[in-house]
Design a protein around this ligand. Structure first.
Ligand SMILES: Cc1cc2nc3c(=O)[nH]c(=O)nc-3n(C[C@H](O)[C@H](O)[C@H](O)COP(=O)(O)OP(=O)(O)OC[C@H]3O[C@@H](n4cnc5c(N)ncnc54)[C@H](O)[C@@H]3O)c2cc1C
Length: 409
């Protein structure tokens, strides 16, 4: 997909057409009545080149019930739902301890607690939607090398096929991921807490079907999740996210499949029977990275560039989708009031509306990592009590489940 574009002035330019940038651009164009704003997405990787595209890699994402509602308003859910596996139940357990709890969709009165989709599949849906959208233009493969304020908003330098050109935008939405050189160039600092952990991800085929159950298991090395995936060639697939220390990372990536299977069985047990097959393994370093500024006149940060979270609670993309939806709502208001989309007061109003959600999601994720990655007696006792509390008190369980579903408790 390579949409050529000759215009040089836009209302909104989105830097990065990953899961967040693409979702935001499509949502804005839909809510603002297609051509009311000229919207351009600039993406560094040609999205037909999936192996190179960091956002659409071999990971899977647990979309919350709240994210489903966002995709429904974008009229994309009907394309996503055949590719997504519903989570009917979440089993949370602690390796070597008795505490255990189960959250179920029936108890919460919803069809599913969440939906698991492979990033590549979700990327494909978003890519196709951009291709057919009359309100969004896409420039790929092209890289933004610099952004600086100018009289009409922001001036962007685009590198494409060894040529540099200039664009201008009233609003730049920076969605270029966690390792943003643009942010650095703009002098926007980030605070980074390195967890000293890596997520090993791979798809696993089990002997028995998952029946819509997602497993979250806390182990000495860190949390291990197996999310239900849709069947592929009649295999019972699960998506594994295994948090391990730096020292275990190399061993788990390079060991023979047989060794990997037996190590995984040791930690996950035989909940889904024997492990039949393991796919390609990859590792992601894990940190909590927060931008110190998220809005400036003519600029807003979205997604991993604004906040990169540990995947333990599956909050990263779900939070970014809620941020995107809130920003779209604010831009619709600005348009109705004939306010420029880059107007800083309007961007600040967006940020204020999401402050609490961001704060709670970051805190919930960070505390979960710290509590469940530590095997000292005090911490594991609190953890055991926490899981028992969740099991015994339906009202607390319901609050927990609603947070996990991306809904307000
Ligand atoms: C192991 C793991 C599991 C996860 N599981 C979940 C989950 O279950 N649920 C959940 O909600 N979240 C989950 N997350 C988090 C989620 O993956 C991220 O929140 C999400 O991918 C962030 O997307 P993004 O678009 O902000 O950034 P990215 O995915 O990094 O995309 C950035 C895009 O910008 C492009 N780009 C970069 N620089 C430029 C430039 N200068 N010019 C043009 N384009 C540029 C890149 O090519 C890329 O396409 C998980 C994360 C990990 C690591």
């Amino acid at each position: 997909m390579q949409v050529q574009t000759t215009a040089t002035q836009y209302d909104v330019v989105v830097v990065g057409g990953g899961l967040v940038g693409a979702s935001f651009a499509l949502n804005l164009s839909q809510q603002i009545n297609d051509s009311a704003y000229s919207i351009l997405v600039v993406e560094a990787v040609d999205s037909t080149n999936f192996d190179q595209q960091p956002s659409f890699d071999s990971r899977s994402t647990a979309l919350s019930f709240g994210s489903r509602q966002i995709f429904e308003t974008m009229k994309l859910w009907s394309a996503i739902t055949p590719l997504a596996e519903p989570i009917i139940e979440i089993q949370v357990s602690d390796r070597g301890h008795f505490g255990r709890t189960t959250l179920s969709s029936a108890e919460q009165g919803v069809e599913a607690l969440g939906y698991v989709i492979e990033n590549r599949e979700l990327g494909d849906v978003l890519g196709r939607a951009m291709q057919t959208s009359s309100g969004v233009s896409l420039l790929a493969a092209a890289t933004i090398t610099q952004i600086k304020p100018c009289r009409s908003g922001m001036e962007l330098t685009v590198a494409r096929e060894e040529q540099l050109t200039k664009l201008s935008a009233k609003l730049v939405v920076l969605a270029d991921g966690g390792r943003s050189s643009i942010c650095e160039g703009l002098g926007i600092d980030q605070t980074k807490t390195d967890y000293g952990q890596h997520a090993i991800i791979t798809n696993v085929a089990f002997e028995r079907p998952h029946s819509g159950v997602a497993f979250e298991r806390f182990t000495e090395s860190g949390p291990l999740a197996v999310l239900p995936l849709s069947d592929f060639q009649k295999s019972n697939r699960g998506s594994l996210v295994w948090t391990v220390s730096e020292s275990s990372r190399e061993e788990l990536l390079s060991c023979h499949e047989e060794t990997f299977r037996s190590m995984l069985t040791q930690y996950f047990g035989e909940r889904l029977g024997r492990i039949m097959q393991v796919g390609k393994r990859a590792a992601y370093p894990l940190s909590l990275t927060l931008a110190k500024e998220q809005v400036r006149p003519g600029l807003v940060l979205l997604g991993n560039v604004a906040h990169t979270l540990h995947p333990v609670a599956g909050q990263g993309l779900n939070l970014a989708l809620r941020d995107s939806a809130a920003l779209v709502r604010q831009l619709v208001i600005a348009k109705e009031q004939q306010v420029d989309p880059g107007e800083v007061k309007s961007l600040q109003a967006y940020l204020e509306s999401q402050n609490q959600d961001q704060f709670e999601s970051v805190l919930f994720t960070d505390q979960t990592v710290k509590l469940f990655s530590n095997n000292q007696w005090g911490q594991s006792a609190i953890r055991k009590l926490g899981l028992l509390g969740l099991e015994l008190m339906p009202s607390i369980r319901s609050r927990f489940a609603r947070s996990a579903m991306g809904l307000k408790p």
